[in-house]
Design a protein around this ligand. Structure first.
Ligand SMILES: [Zn+2]
Length: 64
């Protein structure tokens, strides 16, 4: 996710974002509303952005 205020980028794993894959897209909206920038002193609103599919595939392949 990217901070709308300071541009700080946070990386979240899918597991950290949601525990229920079939509700992923419903829940992402809630996460975005509740999330705040973790940069020191910022606490700005953040925007969620999923990692490119290619990167995800490479990551999974690396684990397997
Ligand atoms: Zn920020």
């Amino acid at each position: 996710m990217t901070c709308k205020s300071c541009g700080h980028v946070h990386y979240l794993t899918r597991a950290a974002i949601c525990s229920s894959p079939e509700r992923e897209f419903l829940y992402l909206d809630e996460v975005e509303k509740e999330a705040a920038c973790r940069a020191r002193g910022c606490r700005g609103a953040v925007r969620l952005a999923m990692a490119p599919r290619g990167d995800t595939s490479a990551f999974v392949g690396g684990l397997a």
